[in-house]
Design a protein around this ligand. Structure first.
Ligand code: ARG
Length: 464
């Protein structure tokens, strides 16, 4: 096949333009500085497209062979860091296409038959994001494994459960940790669900209306491992729902890790002293020699803000766009990449950090003794002996006040002192008022009894 063009134009679309763009406009409109991250996905997509074109007789077998040879070389150059990215060629797609043409000639120029950068970029992002989601799902699994190990180890370790940051009732530390397991289990479900909608093929939609060539989209979908094709060409080139869903799932995951971070920070404060983090997650102060600051959880809490910001950026990016593709869409990549990077790093660091938590069970127990944590147990005891709950509540409130006045916890009151608040109280009350008694009594699915925590850990492991 012969090359009909006399010379290679400076830009792939420059034939109808009479003056070049300024350097500022070039820099402003180019995306190659950040979209080169999708280079290998771009090559994969191009290879599938070229294979389909050859199968359909749209390009020749020799062209396909040239394209495959050229792309193999380009992939090698990129992996070795030898590829020369050029701002003049705007984005990852044009950079690679130009290099391909330089390497293999006319076949490189035929590659773009029946496609547009609009369906090309949408395909690349989906391929890239699919890999990122798979990595995130694996990392959530690793984080959960560390969490389950720690929860199992502390299935019977009592700590105060809080409401309003006030001691409420005894729980086990294992039960508390399993709350975060549940949150991240939902997160994993959300990522897996979003992946289903990521995994649809836009290619074949061309610029917006489809193409007049006899293409086979199902073949390309199979080649690239997509579950199905995007059904409407206009929607396919303009849809970024999948990126928004990913950022939303990420924002929720980060919100959960931010809440856990807040707890780690509180627990590590010398005023609370429930846990210690390994030194490698803390830093000192340049002025206060006594300090060991929980920098890593604080940064997780802080980075949640940027992930939330990316979600809002993408929603705002899309809200005013008419169909179909608009250049606005180029702004989708940096928030998306940043979100994936932040989530991946956070999960990696978190799995390690949770594995290194040192639990100070004595401090947890001491805090329990200061908060009248078994007051509800006393009320429930009275109800079981026939007192209406509201009356029991009042009797216990008076008992707590009396205990408080004498600086003691409820189980430290003598039986005859307790009986002043209700004659239904008998010697067996002391089984109920102990922390262990309180914990063991909440022995139903979802409760904090150590047996239930162990069962929850076992069920979680069985799910893996
Ligand atoms: N760099 C562009 C982007 O990221 C690729 C698509 C360009 N399409 C176009 N019609 N200008 O969205």
């Amino acid at each position: 096949m012969t090359d009909t063009s006399a010379s290679q134009p400076a830009k792939a679309w420059s034939g109808r333009f009479s003056e070049p763009v300024s350097d500022l406009v070039k820099r402003y409109t180019a995306s190659v500085t950040f979209d080169q991250r999708m280079a290998l996905q771009d090559i994969r997509g191009s290879l599938a497209h070229a294979k389909m074109l050859a199968r359909q007789g749209i390009i020749g077998a020799a062209d396909l062979a040239d394209i495959e040879r050229g792309m193999a070389q380009i992939a090698g150059e990129i992996e070795r860091g030898e590829f020369h990215w050029n701002l003049d060629d705007e984005d990852v797609h044009l950079n690679i296409e130009k290099r391909l043409t330089a390497l293999v000639g006319a076949a490189g120029k035929r590659l773009h038959t029946g496609r547009s950068r609009n369906d090309q970029v949408a395909t690349d992002i989906r391929l890239w994001l699919r890999d990122a989601i798979d990595q995130i799902l694996a990392l959530i699994g690793e984080f959960q494994e560390r969490l389950l190990d720690l929860a199992e180890q502390h299935a019977a370790t009592p700590m105060p459960g809080f409401t309003h940051l006030q001691v409420a009732q005894p729980v086990t530390f294992g039960h508390h940790l399993m709350a975060y397991y549940e949150m991240t289990r939902r997160d994993a479900e959300r990522f897996a669900d979003a992946r289903r909608r990521v995994n649809r093929l836009p290619l074949g939609s061309a610029a917006l209306a489809g193409t007049s060539y006899p293409i086979d989209r199902e073949f390309v979908a199979r080649e690239l491992g997509f579950d199905e094709i995007c059904a409407n060409s206009l929607d396919a080139v303009s849809d970024r729902d999948f990126a928004i869903e990913f950022c939303a799932a990420s924002a929720l995951l980060m919100t959960h890790l931010s809440r856990l971070s807040e707890e780690l920070i509180l627990w590590m404060s010398p005023r609370v002293g429930f846990i210690d983090l390994a030194d490698r997650f803390c830093t000192g102060s340049s002025i206060m020699p006594q300090k060991r600051n929980p920098d890593v959880p604080e940064l997780v809490r802080g980075k949640t803000g940027r992930v939330n910001g990316s979600l809002v950026a993408l929603l705002t990016l899309m809200k005013g766009q008419p169909l179909a593709y608009n250049k606005d869409n180029q702004e989708d990549k940096e928030p998306l990449f940043d979100t994936a990077d932040t989530v991946i790093d956070t999960l990696r660091i978190y799995a390690d950090m949770v594995g290194g938590i040192r639990v100070k069970a004595d401090a947890m127990r001491a805090a329990l003794a200061q908060g009248y944590a078994t007051a509800t147990d006393l009320a429930d005891y009275l109800v079981k002996k026939g007192l209406p709950f509201r009356d029991a509540h009042e009797a216990v409130a008076l008992a707590v006040r009396a205990a408080e006045d004498s600086g003691r916890d409820l189980p430290e009151l003598a039986l005859d002192e307790l009986r002043k608040f209700s004659t239904l109280i008998e010697a067996d009350i002391f089984d109920v008022l102990t922390v262990e008694g309180s914990l063991a009594s909440r022995n139903h699915a979802g409760g904090t009894a150590p047996d239930q925590v162990r069962a929850a850990v076992a069920a979680a492991r069985a799910r893996r």
